[in-house]
Design a binder for this molecule. Structure first.
Ligand SMILES: C[S@@+](CC[C@H](N)C(=O)[O-])C[C@H]1O[C@@H](n2cnc3c(N)ncnc32)[C@H](O)[C@@H]1O
Length: 337
């Protein structure tokens, strides 16, 4: 970790800036030290890699994933072709098209979560220049280590940390793009994962995230049943309900034999725009907002019929007629007349 990176990281627990404690530095690299937060959390830097995992006591599914990737890190690259072979897909072409979705510029600052052994990281790095920056994160240091040699030849400066994709150690709006592929289904808090991504991405920045999910229309086919039997991860459902309201231009596509989803979007601010206040033409009248917020108690069928007839007679919409009638009656009673 370079000393200037201490300004980029914040406490994954409370999001406050942290103090850098250096115990050993070699040239431009902090080899041994810690990042300490005023909230009391302290995160070690070991062999140059900050361990920003939060919470320390991982949720069951995160712990299970970490232990699995710790144990299988050395054979991950050897075995991954099996997935692509099953669907006769070209892995580098598939991954390249995934990374293209980020629409990267050479100067972009990019975060990859659950980067694993760096198979997408090298493609992201190829699209960035010396003025850009790539942050690679994984919960398992054992698998992340396999990305180190792959990244050495790349011109973009890269920073590695061990962390939990559901609790990011970055300030708001620091990344031009965020990428994740392959681990999302088992993340313990998918809502927090997307909300953290949107927090750390600049407004207008691009997000691409995907994982396994057998499409609902194929679940009862032979294709679906056989594949879900071999790989239970295909049973996971789409995580669309976890997307924050600030997602814009959302695109969804199934790739790799149609059994992996990719969600792509831009980060916006708050809810999307809609004009809720223009007067809707017609007999009912009113606006989207008055129809939602303006509902009062019901009236008798006779009173309703009278109101409809009276509004038609007056040439006003039912909304306008009622609004005026209610205001007149309210003023009368509020003023005690
Ligand atoms: C299937 S691998 C995908 C690796 C890489 N993205 C790829 O496409 O080859 C899933 C990765 O997600 C990581 N992972 C699992 N849970 C995580 C979490 N909560 N936070 C960060 N990484 C996590 C695993 O350690 C593993 O490296």
């Amino acid at each position: 970790m370079r000393p200037e990176e201490a300004e980029v990281y914040v406490c994954p627990a409370c999001k406050r800036p942290m103090q850098l404690r250096i115990r050993q530095q070699r040239d431009d690299e902090i080899v041994d030290g810690a990042l300490a937060c005023p909230c009391g959390e302290e995160f070690p830097i070991v062999d140059g890699i900050p361990d920003l995992v939060f919470p320390r006591q991982l949720a069951a599914s995160d712990l299970e994933a970490k232990l699995w990737y710790d144990a299988n890190a050395d054979t991950y690259d050897e075995n991954l072709h099996l997935t692509f072979d099953t669907f006769r897909e070209d892995e580098s072409r598939v991954r390249s098209r995934l990374v293209d979705r980020l629409e990267l510029q050479p100067t972009h600052r990019v975060l990859e979560l659950g980067a694993g052994s760096g198979r997408d990281s090298i493609l992201i790095a190829d699209r960035l220049g010396a003025q850009g920056r790539l942050y690679l994160q994984d919960l398992s240091l054992a698998i992340l280590r396999h990305s180190f040699p792959k990244m050495m030849a790349k011109s973009v400066p890269s920073e590695f940390h061990v962390g939990n994709a559901c609790h990011l150690p970055f300030a708001d709006g620091v990344f031009d793009a965020v990428f994740h592929f392959g681990g999302l289904n088992t993340f313990s808090n998918i809502g927090a994962f997307f909300s953290e991504i949107n927090r750390v991405t600049k407004v207008g920045g691009k997000v691409v995230a995907g994982d396994e999910s057998m499409p609902v229309w194929l679940r009862n086919s032979e294709f679906g049943r056989v594949l879900m039997n071999s790989n239970p991860l295909y049973r996971y459902e789409l995580p669309l309900q976890h997307l924050p309201v600030s997602c814009r231009e959302v695109k969804l596509e199934w790739i790799i034999g149609g059994v992996f989803y990719v969600i792509e979007y831009r980060v916006g601010v708050g809810e999307p725009f809609a004009d809720l206040d223009f007067e809707i033409p017609g007999i009912r009248g009113g606006s989207h907002r008055t129809r939602y917020y303006g509902l009062l108690e019901g009236v008798t069928p006779q009173a309703k019929a009278m109101a409809q007839a009276a509004s038609a007679n007056s040439g006003k919409s039912l909304h306008r007629w009622l609004d005026e009638a209610v205001r007149q009656a309210a003023v009368r009673d509020l003023e005690g007349k």
